[in-house]
Design a protein. Structure first.
Length: 248
């Protein structure tokens, strides 16, 4: 198994956990618009600048355009840079709360940083935007920030893989779902209207192809680590995941 495959779930779940955290919810409330999507869209997409909603749709990839436009425009009173800064602070604060007692946070940050810095940003605009933001001085905040940035890298490259495999964004969401929801539930949350098409074996095969393309594209980013450091990264991300989701 490649390093990229071995850390995929940890990065996806920790980063996704932040987006549903109390810190992210507090940021969303600060925009003055109720609901998950407005704050999420303004915060995550803020690194793109004060752009038309279609630019955000292009970068997010898997959401219905109408849902992104409604969310983006509803928070237009919040400048994009302010939205990104607020979401960044929420991400870092989530890390500080969850990883305050994680003794290996400094080492994990040391391993994540060269991977993030070495990655090619082509085709991953959200990754490029988030990588450019100032990094937390403390290890717990920096770990969550780097995990979020790495998650944006995989997300951007996965969108390339999905389109190259002949899938639509809606089909990809229906097949994949998330650790929290089924495919149809996720599709509804992303703004896609019913009725949903049947997911056939052919479409699932295309999904597996998209996953392979994604792993091939992101794999070189981890080549900056030698075998020992790569194994340590896998182990520490696994321990970090357990710490973040521990009940307390």
């Amino acid at each position: 198994m490649s390093v990229a495959s071995a850390v995929k779930d940890q990065v996806q779940q920790i980063g996704g956990g932040f987006m549903f955290s109390r810190e992210a919810k507090e940021f969303s409330a600060s925009t003055g618009v109720e609901g998950f999507m407005p704050g999420y869209t303004r915060g995550r997409g803020g690194v793109l600048g004060d752009v038309d909603a279609d630019v955000v749709t292009a970068a997010f990839g898997f959401f219905r355009a109408e849902a992104i436009r409604a969310a983006w425009e509803s928070t237009a009173a919040v400048p994009a840079a302010k939205g990104a800064a607020g979401y960044l602070a929420a991400c870092q604060d989530f890390g500080r709360r969850k990883l305050a007692d994680f003794a290996q946070a400094e080492r994990l940050a040391e391993l994540l940083q060269p991977v993030v810095d070495a990655a090619d940003p082509a085709g991953a605009p959200l990754f490029a935007g988030w990588r450019a933001l100032p990094r937390a001085d403390d290890a717990p905040g920096r770990v969550l920030q780097l995990i979020h940035v790495l998650r944006e890298l995989r997300g951007g490259l996965h969108l390339i893989g999905v389109r190259a495999s002949g899938l639509t964004p809606q089909q990809a969401v229906l097949i994949a779902g998330s650790p929290r929801t089924t495919g149809p539930e996720q599709a509804r949350a992303f703004g896609w209207p019913e009725p949903f098409e049947e997911i056939t074996a052919e479409l699932k095969g295309r999904w597996m192809q998209a996953e392979t393309i994604t792993e091939d594209l992101i794999g070189p980013s981890f080549a900056v680590l030698d075998a020992s450091a790569a194994q340590e990264l896998i182990e520490l991300l696994t321990a970090c995941q357990a710490t973040v989701f521990a009940r307390r």
